[in-house]
Ligand binder design. Sequence first.
Ligand SMILES: Cc1ncc(COP(=O)(O)O)c(C=O)c1O
Length: 442
Amino acid sequence: MDEIRLSEYGRSSVVPSPVNRMMTDFASDFRDGVDINLGVGYVNEETIPVDAIRQALAEVLRQPQTYRQPLNYGGSAGTSNLIASIRRYLLEAGIGLTEELLSPRRIIIGPNGATSLLESMACVLPVGIVVTSDPMYYIYTDLLERRGFGLLAIPEDDDGIRTDVLEEQLRDLGPRAADVQAFYVVTVNNPSCAILSDARRRELIRIAWDLSQRLGRKVPVILDRAYEDLVHDPAVARPVSGLAYDPAGVVFEIGTLSKVLAPGLRIGYLVGSDGPFLQALIQRTSDAGFSAAVVTQEISSWLLDHRIRAQLENVRAGYREKAMAVRGWLNEYLADDLACIRGGQAGFYFYLTFRTIETHEGSPFFRYLTRTTGAEIVDGPSGDRKPRVMYIPGEFCVHPRGSLADTGRRQLRLSYGYEGLDALHSAIRLMKEAADYAQTVR
Ligand SMILES: Cc1ncc(COP(=O)(O)O)c(C=O)c1O
């Protein structure tokens, strides 16, 4: 008998994405306290506000007049308490958002974090081209490709997406520019943590608006601000919201409470102008699960209203300390091998470009760190492998047919979010050993 028939999307989802496969392999025999995982996007466990969450739950259950029916089903746009709390949070964030900018716009809550809002967008937009920066947020671009979208991946520098290259490439598309359905840019990029500068943000929006006018339809600019609340370098000004530069309701900002409170709450939100796009996203939330869990929406509302200032300070301080330490170790151990270090001012990733050493899955560097060289002296005996280090190879982050495809083979993303300082230090020492090994077996 034939297997169960699948849609095109179903067929392309049968095989896990390369990153999922790699992480699953690694997680299946991960040894706590021995192996070091710099690959996951997990946040800092130390700064998840466990006590405050416990208190928030108690308050939500104790105040039924304020937090109505928190254990029942909820409306698909989000609870009014949480929406009001996010509105206040954004107004107080010092990112150029005013009542004037926010009152004509809506805030909606996705069914399950920012990820689900991104997935919803892939459902409601027509298949076509999505413009993004290179290196790309590989988790979402992988989904977009499985849904049939094409990517126009534009290289970035320290200020984010290169808008000069973007204009050039849009011109080169010729009539195919009519297939562009959206711009998707992560404002503190994942994987690189490059911060989109104000000038680039304005340019990006201007270019999208020019294209919209040319095509006679609005082309949305989706700004993913997942890490924007985690600008921890005091020398960097808080970025100004793209909504401040929105000429006519084409800018939509997606945010998440995962990075500042806890991913387990699964709260992601979208801010933008009401209209068919937003309406379709709300219906999609209903289709996907009615709403985000009401109880975690209300817990989040309480946390935003009562604890967020101290929490933000705590979270930023935690990442600042780690970023400085990791940068110091990168300089101490790997400076001679590296051509470029990006990150360290916001979020919790460094994105490294080696001069000559390759980092992809088949490379000696990768095999040294995952103890898969086949040489017992490097890997340790089979029942007792030496400590392993996992990172995200750049080859999975760059567009395989883009201008960075070759460079990506010498790049990697390391996350300092999850592991503690001692493990991070050990990991970078092991990376130095792996770099030396890679040079000897060349
Ligand atoms: C750029 C970006 N957007 C969105 C998300 C997902 O956020 P959430 O936990 O709200 O689904 C992440 C998580 O790592 C991310 O890196």
